[in-house]
Design a protein around this ligand. Sequence first.
Ligand code: AMP
Ligand code: MG
Length: 341
Amino acid sequence: MISTEVLSPTPENIRRAAETLRSGGLVAFPTETVYGLGANALDETAVGRIFAAKGRPAADPLIVHLSRADGLAEVTRAVPPLALRLAEAFWPGPLTLILPKSPAIPALVTSGLETVAVRVPNHPLALALLEAAGLPVAAPSANRFGRTSPTTAQHVWQDLHGRIDLILDGGPAPIGVESTVLDVTASPPRILRPGGLTREMLEAVIGPVEVVRQKRTPEAGLPSPGLLEKHYAPQAEMILFTGPGARQALTAFLHEQRAAGRRVGVLATDAEAAAAEQAGAVVFRLGEALPSIARRIYAGMRWLDSQGVELILCRDFGEDGLGLAVHDRLTRAATRILHAP
Ligand code: AMP
Ligand code: MG
């Protein structure tokens, strides 16, 4: 156990946090996507502490954060012109580029891969910290492995207090889902993980990209049980309803479960919340439009867990814009996916 301090983002505290990074410590900090858990990316021992604190398997590589694009020279080699165009268009921002790695980056950061994931986050506090540290900072999401990503300093505290040195509290993360991971070593470039920068925005600048699909497929019919592998998941069992009949299927399922006496949570849009409440669900309101849904989805899962629900129900919100990232995270969080034609 180490004692974890939560700091407000004063210039003095940012200097302290930068000093902690320089001396090999772990600092959680806000980015525009989610909170990251940072360590000096050039220091293998410090990076090892990230994996230990999170309980993250060494086979899951980290994203290296820079304060500006010219830091690419230190952490990569042979940056293709396409990557420079993307950096110009979208950095600072929620786009992570996969590039050939420089020998300066320890193998632990990239899980032994010859490529490294890099981005410049668009958050004033993250940029001030990176600038003050003067280092590339390896930072995965600041949650225990397998849990949902933290979008507030309180979420980081819940998962990691006693395991990291500092948490810089910069308020809620404005985007709420992780960055878009784009492999620019492939042609056409491939989205390995949809995220805060939409496919449409990318394609407007560089033309068609490929989206690498999740292997998980919905179960046929309704309701047919079956366990799927979970990640980014709440503690309660979670059921995702997909397809054109998703809303009606969710409502019918909710009534059944309530009749059976189960304590059920629902992640609902504001318009759908009242009906779920009337049916006796514990409801977390996501707002109405996709930016709000993305911003609140992880917080909603954590809040429903804190309310002691046995079951969390949510419907899909489509695959346009930020919907693709939300769809990806809901798919990973779900214990079951029920498709309603
Ligand atoms: P996190 O920082 O927790 O959002 O996780 C970072 C994610 O970025 C990893 O789980 C991978 O999916 C992806 N990633 C990082 N480095 C690489 C790489 N070199 N090649 C492909 N994907 C990567
Ligand atoms: Mg993560």
